[in-house]
Design a protein around this ligand. Structure first.
Ligand code: FAD
Length: 383
C-alpha cells in the first residue's frame, strides 16, 4: 500500500496498547449499540497471549468478566508477633490470570466491535484541530477522532526509573508438602522482614491446598537480581514449612511509587488511560478497579457527546499517599508498625474502603487515630 493510501485510513477511535485499561474500555463499549457502527483501530505490538500478570482486586459485586473466576472471603495480615484473619464481607478478593482476561475480552471485542488490529508500535503522533495522525513503526499513518493511550512513552508523563518502586517476584508452586491455607489470601506477611532499610513482606494467593502464588515484595529504589529474588522467595517458602515444590510459573513486577502529578491527556483528542494515565494507586500498586471506574466515566461522556471529564483523584487521598510515600522512603523501618496498627485496630473492610478512596472524612480520621501519628506529622514537615 502506498503512503498516500495509508493516510486515508481514518478511525473514530484508536487505542494505543491492548493491555488491561484499553481492553477493559473496549469490553465495556462492546455492550453499547452506540459503538457498533464506529470505526475502531487497536495498535499493539504483542500477541497478548501470555500470562504476564496475576491481577487481584476486591469488590462488593462480582466483576463483569467471566475470566475473574477465583475468589476469597477472608484476608490475613501477619507479622512476627501478630496474626489476624478476617472475613471482608461485603467485599470479596478476586483473582484473574491476565491470559484468561486477554482471551475473554479480545474475543468479545472482536465479535461486537470488529476493530482493525495493527500489530505494531506507535512511533509518533501529530495533531490538527480535529484529529490525531499516528505513525506506526512500519511508517503506516492512520488518523483518529479520539485516541486512548496506554503507552507511557506518549503520555507526557515521566516516571523516574531511579525512584521508589514496589517490586515483587513470585513462584506459582505446586507442593506435596504441608497443606496451604486455602481459605484466605495473605495480603501482607511482615514475618519475613529482616532488612530494616527497606520495606519487605510476603504475599500468598492460595488456589487450593497444594497450589499457590507465593511472592516476595519490596518497597525501595533498587531492583534486585533475579537470583536474589529467587533466594528470598525460597527462604520465605522454607519459613512457611514448604521445602518440596515445583515452580509452575514465575511473576515479576516493578510498579513506580510516585506522587508526581499525572497528565490525564495530551489534549481533548488524546486521553491517557491505565497506569500511563495515573490510575495506579502509588502506595499499593492496585489499579484494576480504578480502571473499571474510569471506563464508566469515559463511556458516559462518549455516549452523551460531552468532553471526557478531567480525571481527578480526591485531593485528600493524594495527600495521604504523599505522607506515606515519604515515610516509606525516609523511615522504612516504621512501616511494619504502621501497617500492624492499621490492620489490628480497624476492620479489614474499612481498610479496603479507605484504599478504594471511598471512605468518608470521619472514617479517615478514625483510621489515622488508630495508627502512630508522629511519623505522619514529621512527614508533613519534610520537604
Ligand atoms: C506483574 C504485575 C502484576 C500486577 N498485579 C496487579 C494486581 O494484582 N492488581 C492491580 O490492581 N494491579 C496490578 N498491577 C498494576 C496494573 O494493574 C497493571 O500494570 C496493568 O496491566 C495496567 O494496565 P495498563 O493498561 O495501564 O497497562 P498494560 O496492561 O501494561 O498495557 C499497556 C499496553 O500498551 C502496549 N504498548 C506500550 N507501548 C506501546 C506503543 N508504543 N505502541 C503500541 N502499544 C504499546 C503494551 O504492549 C501493553 O500491551 C500489576 C502490575 C504488574 C506489572
Amino acid at each position: 500500500m502506498s503512503p498516500f493510501l495509508f493516510f486515508l485510513m481514518h478511525f473514530d477511535y484508536v487505542f494505543i496498547g491492548a493491555g488491561l485499561s484499553n481492553l477493559s474500555l473496549l469490553h465495556q463499549m462492546s455492550s453499547y449499540d452506540f459503538f457498533k457502527d464506529k470505526t475502531i483501530a487497536i495498535i499493539e505490538p504483542s500477541d497478548k497471549d501470555q500470562n504476564d500478570r496475576t491481577w487481584c482486586l476486591w469488590s462488593k459485586l462480582p466483576p463483569r468478566y467471566t475470566s475473574v473466576s477465583t475468589s476469597w472471603n477472608s484476608l490475613v495480615f501477619k507479622s512476627s508477633s501478630f496474626h489476624k484473619e478476617q472475613n471482608i464481607s461485603p467485599y470479596k478478593y478476586y483473582h484473574v490470570a491476565s491470559k484468561d482476561f486477554y482471551e475473554e475480552t479480545i474475543g468479545e471485542i472482536s465479535r461486537y466491535l470488529k476493530p482493525r488490529w495493527f500489530k505494531h508500535s506507535l512511533k509518533s503522533v501529530k495533531f490538527s484541530a480535529i484529529k490525531a495522525s499516528l505513525t506506526l513503526d512500519n511508517d503506516e499513518i492512520i488518523s483518529a477522532g479520539f485516541v486512548f493511550n496506554s503507552s507511557f512513552k506518549f503520555s507526557g508523563n515521566n516516571i523516574n526509573s531511579e525512584g521508589l518502586k514496589q517490586h515483587f517476584y513470585g513462584f506459582k508452586i505446586k507442593t506435596a508438602d504441608k497443606d496451604l491455607p486455602v481459605d484466605a489470601v495473605h495480603l501482607m506477611d511482615f514475618s519475613l522482614n529482616t532488612d530494616q532499610s527497606v520495606v519487605q513482606f510476603g504475599y500468598i494467593l492460595p488456589f487450593n491446598a497444594k497450589e499457590a502464588l507465593i511472592e516476595y515484595t519490596e518497597f525501595s529504589d533498587q531492583l534486585r537480581s533475579k537470583d536474589e529474588y529467587k533466594v528470598l522467595v525460597t527462604d520465605y517458602l522454607r519459613q512457611l514449612g514448604i521445602h518440596e515444590f515445583e515452580v509452575k510459573e514465575t511473576e515479576f513486577g516493578a510498579i513506580p511509587m510516585s506522587d508526581n502529578p499525572f497528565k490525564d491527556r495530551l489534549n481533548d483528542l488524546f486521553i491517557n488511560v491505565g497506569s500511563a494515565g495515573g490510575l495506579t494507586k502509588p502506595t499499593t500498586g492496585y489499579t484494576f478497579q480504578y480502571i473499571q471506574k474510569d471506563c464508566q466515566n469515559v463511556i458516559k461522556a462518549l455516549l452523551s457527546g460531552a468532553k471526557i471529564p478531567v480525571r481527578s483523584s480526591q485531593k485528600r487521598f493524594k495527600f495521604y499517599d504523599r505522607l506515606l510515600l515519604r515515610i516509606i522512603k525516609k523511615e522504612p523501618q516504621l512501616v511494619q508498625t504502621i501497617m500492624e496498627k492499621l490492620f489490628s485496630r480497624n476492620k479489614f473492610k474499612s481498610v479496603l474502603k479507605f484504599l478504594d478512596e471511598e471512605s468518608s472524612l470521619l472514617e479517615e480520621i478514625r483510621i489515622f487515630m488508630s495508627i502512630p501519628w508522629k511519623p505522619f506529622l514529621k512527614s508533613l514537615f519534610r520537604a
